[in-house]
Design a protein around this ligand. Structure first.
Ligand code: NAD
Length: 441
Protein backbone atom coordinates (compact mmCIF):
# COMPACT_ATOMS: atom_id res chain seq x y z
CA UNK A 1 0.00 0.00 0.00
CA UNK A 2 1.18 3.58 -0.73
CA UNK A 3 0.80 5.77 2.33
CA UNK A 4 1.31 9.53 2.56
CA UNK A 5 2.06 11.04 5.96
CA UNK A 6 1.85 14.81 6.28
CA UNK A 7 4.01 15.96 9.18
CA UNK A 8 5.93 12.66 8.88
CA UNK A 9 9.19 14.11 10.19
CA UNK A 10 7.43 15.02 13.41
CA UNK A 11 7.29 13.02 16.60
CA UNK A 12 4.18 10.89 15.96
CA UNK A 13 4.59 10.98 12.15
CA UNK A 14 8.04 9.41 12.29
CA UNK A 15 6.80 6.57 14.52
CA UNK A 16 3.85 6.06 12.17
CA UNK A 17 6.24 5.92 9.19
CA UNK A 18 8.27 3.25 10.99
CA UNK A 19 5.18 1.15 11.69
CA UNK A 20 3.88 1.43 8.11
CA UNK A 21 7.26 0.47 6.67
CA UNK A 22 7.32 -2.50 9.04
CA UNK A 23 4.04 -3.78 7.59
CA UNK A 24 5.45 -3.44 4.05
CA UNK A 25 3.95 -0.14 2.88
CA UNK A 26 5.62 2.38 0.62
CA UNK A 27 5.72 5.59 2.66
CA UNK A 28 5.84 9.16 1.39
CA UNK A 29 6.45 11.84 3.98
CA UNK A 30 5.93 15.55 3.47
CA UNK A 31 7.11 17.92 6.17
CA UNK A 32 8.27 21.52 6.24
CA UNK A 33 10.44 20.85 9.33
CA UNK A 34 8.83 23.70 11.22
CA UNK A 35 8.57 21.68 14.44
CA UNK A 36 9.76 18.33 13.10
CA UNK A 37 13.33 17.50 12.25
CA UNK A 38 15.12 15.47 9.62
CA UNK A 39 16.83 13.59 12.45
CA UNK A 40 13.51 11.89 13.25
CA UNK A 41 13.55 10.13 9.89
CA UNK A 42 17.29 9.77 9.32
CA UNK A 43 17.19 6.07 10.20
CA UNK A 44 14.39 5.46 7.67
CA UNK A 45 16.23 6.85 4.67
CA UNK A 46 18.06 3.58 4.04
CA UNK A 47 14.72 1.87 3.29
CA UNK A 48 13.88 1.82 -0.47
CA UNK A 49 10.21 2.10 0.35
CA UNK A 50 10.70 5.36 2.24
CA UNK A 51 10.57 8.74 0.49
CA UNK A 52 10.44 12.21 1.95
CA UNK A 53 10.05 15.70 0.74
CA UNK A 54 10.76 18.92 2.58
CA UNK A 55 7.88 21.17 1.66
CA UNK A 56 4.70 22.62 3.04
CA UNK A 57 1.34 20.92 2.64
CA UNK A 58 0.15 24.28 1.38
CA UNK A 59 2.10 23.67 -1.84
CA UNK A 60 -0.92 22.42 -3.81
CA UNK A 61 0.83 20.92 -6.90
CA UNK A 62 3.15 18.89 -4.67
CA UNK A 63 0.32 17.73 -2.42
CA UNK A 64 -1.80 16.86 -5.50
CA UNK A 65 0.99 14.67 -6.85
CA UNK A 66 1.38 12.98 -3.49
CA UNK A 67 -2.31 12.33 -2.98
CA UNK A 68 -2.55 10.96 -6.55
CA UNK A 69 0.07 8.36 -5.68
CA UNK A 70 -1.41 7.48 -2.32
CA UNK A 71 -3.77 4.66 -1.33
CA UNK A 72 -4.19 6.28 2.05
CA UNK A 73 -3.39 9.67 3.62
CA UNK A 74 -2.46 10.25 7.27
CA UNK A 75 -2.80 13.96 7.93
CA UNK A 76 -0.69 14.90 10.95
CA UNK A 77 0.93 18.16 9.88
CA UNK A 78 -0.14 20.97 12.18
CA UNK A 79 1.14 23.83 14.26
CA UNK A 80 1.53 22.07 17.61
CA UNK A 81 2.55 22.76 21.20
CA UNK A 82 1.10 25.12 23.78
CA UNK A 83 4.03 27.53 23.64
CA UNK A 84 4.02 27.74 19.84
CA UNK A 85 0.24 28.14 19.77
CA UNK A 86 0.29 30.94 22.31
CA UNK A 87 3.18 32.75 20.66
CA UNK A 88 2.18 32.25 16.98
CA UNK A 89 -1.61 32.16 16.71
CA UNK A 90 -1.64 33.32 13.07
CA UNK A 91 0.64 30.50 12.00
CA UNK A 92 -1.40 28.03 14.07
CA UNK A 93 -4.71 29.02 12.55
CA UNK A 94 -3.40 29.25 8.98
CA UNK A 95 -1.51 25.94 9.05
CA UNK A 96 -4.31 24.03 10.72
CA UNK A 97 -7.15 25.41 8.61
CA UNK A 98 -5.64 26.00 5.19
CA UNK A 99 -3.41 22.91 5.23
CA UNK A 100 -6.27 20.59 6.20
CA UNK A 101 -8.57 22.18 3.63
CA UNK A 102 -6.02 21.43 0.90
CA UNK A 103 -5.43 17.84 2.02
CA UNK A 104 -9.15 17.05 2.27
CA UNK A 105 -10.06 18.72 -1.05
CA UNK A 106 -7.34 16.81 -2.92
CA UNK A 107 -8.20 13.50 -1.23
CA UNK A 108 -11.90 14.02 -2.01
CA UNK A 109 -11.19 14.39 -5.74
CA UNK A 110 -9.64 10.90 -5.82
CA UNK A 111 -11.62 9.40 -2.92
CA UNK A 112 -8.47 8.53 -0.97
CA UNK A 113 -9.11 7.56 2.67
CA UNK A 114 -7.83 10.14 5.18
CA UNK A 115 -6.89 9.89 8.83
CA UNK A 116 -7.14 13.29 10.49
CA UNK A 117 -5.13 13.88 13.67
CA UNK A 118 -7.25 16.02 15.97
CA UNK A 119 -6.72 16.67 19.65
CA UNK A 120 -8.24 16.39 23.11
CA UNK A 121 -7.86 20.20 23.22
CA UNK A 122 -11.15 20.41 21.33
CA UNK A 123 -12.96 19.49 24.56
CA UNK A 124 -11.73 22.84 25.82
CA UNK A 125 -12.63 23.77 29.37
CA UNK A 126 -15.26 21.11 29.83
CA UNK A 127 -15.18 19.61 33.31
CA UNK A 128 -17.30 16.69 32.25
CA UNK A 129 -14.63 13.97 32.53
CA UNK A 130 -14.03 11.46 31.14
CA UNK A 131 -14.49 13.14 27.77
CA UNK A 132 -16.65 11.24 25.37
CA UNK A 133 -16.69 11.80 21.60
CA UNK A 134 -20.31 13.00 21.60
CA UNK A 135 -19.80 15.57 24.36
CA UNK A 136 -20.27 19.29 23.80
CA UNK A 137 -17.08 21.25 23.19
CA UNK A 138 -16.44 24.16 25.56
CA UNK A 139 -13.82 26.31 23.93
CA UNK A 140 -12.67 29.59 25.52
CA UNK A 141 -12.86 33.10 24.06
CA UNK A 142 -10.88 34.21 20.96
CA UNK A 143 -8.72 36.70 22.88
CA UNK A 144 -7.08 33.82 24.77
CA UNK A 145 -4.46 32.57 22.30
CA UNK A 146 -4.38 28.92 23.31
CA UNK A 147 -7.95 28.32 22.10
CA UNK A 148 -6.95 29.03 18.50
CA UNK A 149 -5.42 25.54 18.33
CA UNK A 150 -8.53 23.82 19.75
CA UNK A 151 -10.81 25.86 17.55
CA UNK A 152 -8.83 25.28 14.36
CA UNK A 153 -8.70 21.53 15.05
CA UNK A 154 -12.43 21.50 15.75
CA UNK A 155 -13.00 23.21 12.39
CA UNK A 156 -10.80 20.54 10.77
CA UNK A 157 -13.11 17.92 12.25
CA UNK A 158 -16.22 19.71 10.97
CA UNK A 159 -14.69 19.96 7.51
CA UNK A 160 -13.60 16.31 7.43
CA UNK A 161 -17.03 15.10 8.50
CA UNK A 162 -18.65 17.42 5.96
CA UNK A 163 -16.52 15.85 3.22
CA UNK A 164 -17.62 12.40 4.41
CA UNK A 165 -21.31 13.27 4.46
CA UNK A 166 -21.47 15.42 1.34
CA UNK A 167 -18.79 13.90 -0.91
CA UNK A 168 -18.42 10.39 0.49
CA UNK A 169 -14.74 10.91 1.39
CA UNK A 170 -13.71 8.11 3.78
CA UNK A 171 -12.33 9.93 6.84
CA UNK A 172 -11.46 8.78 10.32
CA UNK A 173 -10.78 11.38 13.02
CA UNK A 174 -8.55 10.62 15.99
CA UNK A 175 -8.67 12.96 18.99
CA UNK A 176 -5.23 12.35 20.39
CA UNK A 177 -4.73 12.90 24.12
CA UNK A 178 -1.22 13.69 25.42
CA UNK A 179 0.99 11.40 23.40
CA UNK A 180 4.54 10.88 24.59
CA UNK A 181 7.64 8.85 23.85
CA UNK A 182 11.10 9.04 22.36
CA UNK A 183 11.77 11.83 19.83
CA UNK A 184 9.22 14.23 21.26
CA UNK A 185 10.75 17.63 21.66
CA UNK A 186 10.33 19.73 24.79
CA UNK A 187 10.88 22.91 22.82
CA UNK A 188 7.24 23.82 22.21
CA UNK A 189 5.91 23.23 25.71
CA UNK A 190 5.49 19.42 25.81
CA UNK A 191 5.72 18.53 29.46
CA UNK A 192 7.36 15.10 29.69
CA UNK A 193 10.46 15.66 27.52
CA UNK A 194 10.95 19.02 29.22
CA UNK A 195 10.83 17.46 32.70
CA UNK A 196 13.19 14.67 31.68
CA UNK A 197 15.70 17.04 30.09
CA UNK A 198 15.64 19.28 33.17
CA UNK A 199 16.06 16.27 35.49
CA UNK A 200 18.98 14.87 33.51
CA UNK A 201 20.76 18.23 33.52
CA UNK A 202 20.16 18.70 37.24
CA UNK A 203 18.19 21.89 36.51
CA UNK A 204 14.98 22.77 38.39
CA UNK A 205 11.98 20.81 37.12
CA UNK A 206 9.47 23.56 36.35
CA UNK A 207 5.84 22.75 37.00
CA UNK A 208 3.37 25.33 35.68
CA UNK A 209 0.56 26.40 38.01
CA UNK A 210 0.03 24.52 41.28
CA UNK A 211 0.77 21.20 39.57
CA UNK A 212 -2.46 19.60 40.77
CA UNK A 213 -3.87 19.61 37.24
CA UNK A 214 -3.92 16.06 35.89
CA UNK A 215 -3.33 14.51 32.48
CA UNK A 216 -3.29 11.06 30.88
CA UNK A 217 -0.24 10.08 28.84
CA UNK A 218 -0.45 7.63 25.96
CA UNK A 219 2.62 5.92 24.59
CA UNK A 220 3.34 6.82 20.98
CA UNK A 221 3.53 3.21 19.74
CA UNK A 222 0.13 2.41 21.26
CA UNK A 223 -1.30 5.50 19.59
CA UNK A 224 0.26 4.67 16.22
CA UNK A 225 -1.12 1.10 16.33
CA UNK A 226 -4.55 2.50 17.15
CA UNK A 227 -4.37 4.86 14.14
CA UNK A 228 -3.37 2.04 11.79
CA UNK A 229 -6.05 -0.31 13.08
CA UNK A 230 -8.73 2.36 12.81
CA UNK A 231 -7.80 2.90 9.16
CA UNK A 232 -8.13 -0.85 8.56
CA UNK A 233 -11.62 -0.92 10.06
CA UNK A 234 -14.47 0.02 7.70
CA UNK A 235 -16.87 0.72 10.62
CA UNK A 236 -14.55 3.50 11.80
CA UNK A 237 -15.14 5.63 8.70
CA UNK A 238 -17.02 8.85 9.37
CA UNK A 239 -16.38 8.65 13.11
CA UNK A 240 -14.39 10.49 15.77
CA UNK A 241 -12.34 8.48 18.27
CA UNK A 242 -10.50 9.38 21.46
CA UNK A 243 -7.01 7.87 21.37
CA UNK A 244 -4.72 7.76 24.39
CA UNK A 245 -4.44 6.27 27.81
CA UNK A 246 -6.97 6.72 30.62
CA UNK A 247 -4.46 6.37 33.49
CA UNK A 248 -4.60 9.78 35.21
CA UNK A 249 -1.62 11.49 36.89
CA UNK A 250 -1.13 14.98 38.33
CA UNK A 251 1.72 17.05 36.94
CA UNK A 252 3.25 17.22 40.45
CA UNK A 253 3.27 13.43 40.60
CA UNK A 254 4.71 13.25 37.09
CA UNK A 255 7.56 15.55 38.13
CA UNK A 256 8.22 13.43 41.25
CA UNK A 257 8.35 10.20 39.21
CA UNK A 258 10.64 11.73 36.59
CA UNK A 259 12.95 12.89 39.34
CA UNK A 260 12.94 9.48 41.06
CA UNK A 261 13.29 7.34 37.94
CA UNK A 262 16.16 9.45 36.62
CA UNK A 263 17.91 9.58 40.03
CA UNK A 264 18.03 13.33 39.64
CA UNK A 265 19.01 15.87 42.26
CA UNK A 266 16.82 18.56 40.62
CA UNK A 267 14.43 20.65 42.68
CA UNK A 268 10.77 20.70 41.67
CA UNK A 269 9.67 24.34 41.39
CA UNK A 270 6.34 25.92 40.54
CA UNK A 271 6.02 28.68 37.95
CA UNK A 272 2.75 30.65 37.70
CA UNK A 273 0.94 30.27 34.38
CA UNK A 274 1.09 33.98 33.61
CA UNK A 275 4.85 33.90 33.98
CA UNK A 276 5.15 30.88 31.66
CA UNK A 277 2.57 31.78 29.02
CA UNK A 278 1.57 35.40 29.64
CA UNK A 279 -1.50 37.00 31.20
CA UNK A 280 -4.88 35.34 30.84
CA UNK A 281 -3.62 31.82 30.13
CA UNK A 282 -6.28 29.20 30.90
CA UNK A 283 -5.67 25.55 31.65
CA UNK A 284 -7.85 22.54 32.34
CA UNK A 285 -7.71 20.78 35.71
CA UNK A 286 -8.36 17.30 34.32
CA UNK A 287 -8.32 15.72 30.92
CA UNK A 288 -9.30 12.07 30.76
CA UNK A 289 -10.46 10.21 27.65
CA UNK A 290 -13.45 7.94 27.58
CA UNK A 291 -12.04 5.05 25.57
CA UNK A 292 -15.19 2.95 25.28
CA UNK A 293 -15.80 3.75 21.62
CA UNK A 294 -12.33 2.83 20.40
CA UNK A 295 -12.30 -0.27 22.61
CA UNK A 296 -15.59 -1.36 21.07
CA UNK A 297 -14.49 -0.66 17.51
CA UNK A 298 -10.96 -2.08 17.38
CA UNK A 299 -10.45 -3.70 20.78
CA UNK A 300 -7.90 -0.98 21.65
CA UNK A 301 -6.02 -1.32 24.92
CA UNK A 302 -3.01 0.88 25.82
CA UNK A 303 -0.14 -1.39 26.75
CA UNK A 304 2.56 0.91 28.11
CA UNK A 305 1.95 2.53 31.51
CA UNK A 306 3.30 5.83 32.78
CA UNK A 307 6.36 4.52 34.65
CA UNK A 308 7.53 2.52 31.65
CA UNK A 309 6.91 5.54 29.40
CA UNK A 310 9.03 7.73 31.68
CA UNK A 311 11.81 5.12 31.67
CA UNK A 312 11.82 4.96 27.87
CA UNK A 313 11.89 8.75 27.52
CA UNK A 314 14.74 8.97 30.04
CA UNK A 315 16.63 6.29 28.14
CA UNK A 316 16.12 8.17 24.87
CA UNK A 317 17.09 11.56 26.26
CA UNK A 318 20.12 10.12 28.01
CA UNK A 319 21.57 8.04 25.18
CA UNK A 320 19.95 8.91 21.87
CA UNK A 321 18.69 12.48 21.84
CA UNK A 322 20.85 14.95 19.94
CA UNK A 323 23.09 16.88 22.31
CA UNK A 324 21.05 19.84 23.06
CA UNK A 325 21.96 23.09 22.23
CA UNK A 326 23.34 25.77 22.00
CA UNK A 327 25.08 26.91 24.98
CA UNK A 328 28.34 28.79 24.85
CA UNK A 329 30.93 26.99 26.90
CA UNK A 330 34.63 27.44 26.90
CA UNK A 331 36.19 24.80 29.02
CA UNK A 332 39.63 23.42 28.27
CA UNK A 333 38.46 20.48 26.13
CA UNK A 334 36.39 22.76 23.97
CA UNK A 335 39.22 25.24 23.62
CA UNK A 336 41.35 22.63 21.84
CA UNK A 337 38.44 21.80 19.60
CA UNK A 338 38.12 25.43 18.58
CA UNK A 339 41.81 25.62 17.82
CA UNK A 340 41.60 22.48 15.68
CA UNK A 341 38.48 23.67 13.90
CA UNK A 342 39.81 27.08 13.04
CA UNK A 343 43.17 25.67 11.97
CA UNK A 344 41.43 23.10 9.78
CA UNK A 345 39.34 25.75 8.22
CA UNK A 346 42.15 28.21 7.55
CA UNK A 347 44.32 25.46 6.09
CA UNK A 348 41.58 24.35 3.73
CA UNK A 349 40.86 27.90 2.66
CA UNK A 350 44.46 28.74 2.02
CA UNK A 351 45.01 25.40 0.25
CA UNK A 352 42.17 26.21 -2.02
CA UNK A 353 43.44 29.62 -2.95
CA UNK A 354 46.93 28.35 -3.83
CA UNK A 355 46.09 25.06 -5.56
CA UNK A 356 46.19 25.45 -9.33
CA UNK A 357 46.96 23.48 -12.48
CA UNK A 358 50.22 24.13 -14.30
CA UNK A 359 48.13 25.93 -16.89
CA UNK A 360 47.31 28.39 -14.16
CA UNK A 361 43.68 27.23 -13.93
CA UNK A 362 42.48 27.00 -10.35
CA UNK A 363 41.18 23.69 -8.99
CA UNK A 364 38.24 25.42 -7.29
CA UNK A 365 36.85 28.45 -8.91
CA UNK A 366 34.90 30.06 -6.13
CA UNK A 367 35.44 33.67 -5.39
CA UNK A 368 37.27 34.78 -2.29
CA UNK A 369 34.11 36.52 -1.23
CA UNK A 370 32.22 33.22 -1.20
CA UNK A 371 34.90 31.78 1.01
CA UNK A 372 34.83 34.71 3.32
CA UNK A 373 31.10 34.27 3.61
CA UNK A 374 31.48 30.54 4.32
CA UNK A 375 34.05 31.37 6.94
CA UNK A 376 31.82 33.83 8.71
CA UNK A 377 28.89 31.45 8.57
CA UNK A 378 30.90 28.51 9.79
CA UNK A 379 32.25 30.61 12.63
CA UNK A 380 28.67 31.50 13.45
CA UNK A 381 27.89 27.78 13.62
CA UNK A 382 30.27 27.48 16.46
CA UNK A 383 28.66 30.01 18.71
CA UNK A 384 25.43 28.19 19.39
CA UNK A 385 26.81 24.65 19.34
CA UNK A 386 29.03 22.83 21.66
CA UNK A 387 32.43 22.14 20.20
CA UNK A 388 32.11 18.43 19.47
CA UNK A 389 29.04 19.08 17.38
CA UNK A 390 30.76 21.88 15.61
CA UNK A 391 33.51 19.67 14.33
CA UNK A 392 30.99 17.80 12.21
CA UNK A 393 29.08 20.98 11.54
CA UNK A 394 32.09 22.83 10.23
CA UNK A 395 33.18 19.91 8.12
CA UNK A 396 29.73 19.62 6.65
CA UNK A 397 29.57 23.32 6.01
CA UNK A 398 32.94 23.21 4.31
CA UNK A 399 32.00 20.28 2.04
CA UNK A 400 28.73 21.94 1.12
CA UNK A 401 30.33 25.25 0.41
CA UNK A 402 32.50 23.62 -2.26
CA UNK A 403 29.60 22.50 -4.37
CA UNK A 404 26.31 23.89 -3.14
CA UNK A 405 24.30 26.92 -3.90
CA UNK A 406 21.33 26.67 -1.60
CA UNK A 407 20.33 27.02 1.99
CA UNK A 408 21.42 23.98 3.93
CA UNK A 409 20.55 22.81 7.39
CA UNK A 410 23.38 21.43 9.42
CA UNK A 411 22.42 17.83 10.19
CA UNK A 412 24.15 17.92 13.51
CA UNK A 413 23.07 21.13 15.16
CA UNK A 414 20.01 21.91 13.00
CA UNK A 415 21.32 25.40 12.43
CA UNK A 416 20.36 26.82 9.08
CA UNK A 417 23.54 27.60 7.27
CA UNK A 418 23.29 29.86 4.28
CA UNK A 419 25.81 28.44 1.87
CA UNK A 420 26.56 29.60 -1.56
CA UNK A 421 25.78 26.69 -3.54
CA UNK A 422 23.14 22.35 -4.32
CA UNK A 423 24.59 19.95 -1.89
CA UNK A 424 25.82 16.68 -3.39
CA UNK A 425 25.27 14.79 -0.17
CA UNK A 426 21.61 13.81 -0.21
CA UNK A 427 21.23 12.72 3.40
CA UNK A 428 23.15 15.65 4.75
CA UNK A 429 21.17 18.58 3.42
CA UNK A 430 17.49 18.82 4.04
CA UNK A 431 17.02 21.95 1.96
CA UNK A 432 18.91 21.21 -1.20
CA UNK A 433 17.95 23.02 -4.32
CA UNK A 434 18.64 19.84 -6.30
CA UNK A 435 16.32 17.74 -4.16
CA UNK A 436 13.17 19.52 -5.31
CA UNK A 437 10.75 16.62 -5.49
CA UNK A 438 13.36 14.59 -7.36
CA UNK A 439 11.62 11.36 -6.55
CA UNK A 440 8.59 12.39 -8.58
CA UNK A 441 10.51 11.88 -11.77
N1 NAD B 1 1.79 14.86 20.65
C1 NAD B 1 0.63 15.07 21.21
O1 NAD B 1 0.50 14.98 22.44
C2 NAD B 1 -0.59 15.38 20.38
C3 NAD B 1 -1.82 15.54 21.07
C4 NAD B 1 -2.93 15.84 20.34
C5 NAD B 1 -2.87 15.95 18.97
N2 NAD B 1 -1.68 15.80 18.32
C6 NAD B 1 -1.68 15.94 16.85
O2 NAD B 1 -0.86 14.96 16.26
C7 NAD B 1 -0.22 15.50 15.12
C8 NAD B 1 1.28 15.26 15.21
O3 NAD B 1 1.78 15.91 16.38
P1 NAD B 1 3.26 15.68 16.95
O4 NAD B 1 3.15 15.61 18.41
O5 NAD B 1 3.92 14.59 16.21
O6 NAD B 1 3.90 17.10 16.65
P2 NAD B 1 5.15 17.46 15.72
O7 NAD B 1 5.31 18.92 15.81
O8 NAD B 1 6.29 16.61 16.08
O9 NAD B 1 4.61 17.04 14.28
C9 NAD B 1 3.94 17.93 13.41
C10 NAD B 1 4.72 17.95 12.12
O10 NAD B 1 4.04 18.73 11.14
C11 NAD B 1 5.02 19.47 10.44
N3 NAD B 1 4.35 20.63 9.83
C12 NAD B 1 3.80 21.70 10.45
N4 NAD B 1 3.27 22.53 9.54
C13 NAD B 1 3.50 21.97 8.32
C14 NAD B 1 3.20 22.35 6.99
N5 NAD B 1 2.53 23.49 6.72
N6 NAD B 1 3.60 21.55 5.97
C15 NAD B 1 4.27 20.39 6.23
N7 NAD B 1 4.57 19.97 7.46
C16 NAD B 1 4.19 20.76 8.50
C17 NAD B 1 6.03 19.85 11.48
O11 NAD B 1 7.29 20.20 10.96
C18 NAD B 1 6.11 18.57 12.30
O12 NAD B 1 7.07 17.68 11.79
C19 NAD B 1 -0.61 16.97 15.05
O13 NAD B 1 -1.65 17.14 14.13
C20 NAD B 1 -1.10 17.29 16.45
O14 NAD B 1 -2.07 18.29 16.45
C21 NAD B 1 -0.53 15.53 19.01
Amino acid sequence: MYAVITGGAGFIGSHLAEALLARGDVVYVIDDLSTGTIRNIDHLKVNDRFHYIVDTIENVPVMAELVDRADIVFHLAAAVGVRLVVESPVRTIETNLRGTEIVLALAAKKQKPVFLASTSEVYGKSEHVPYSEDDDLLIGPPHVGRWSYACSKAMDEFLALAYWRERGLPVVIGRLFNTVGPRQTGRYGMVLPRFVQQALKGEPITVYGDGEQSRCFGYVEDVVQAIIRLMETPEAVGHVFNIGNDEEITINELARRVKALSNSTSQIVHVPYNQAFGEGFEDMRRRVPDLRKIRRTIGYEPRVGIDEIIRRVIEYERYHAPVSPPRWSFDRGNFYYYIILFSLFFITVSLKSVTSFPSGEQVFNHSRLSWLLSLILCALCILPCNAQQCCACLLHAYVCSCVCDSVCVCVVCDLQVLLITACPIPPACSRRRACDHHWFS
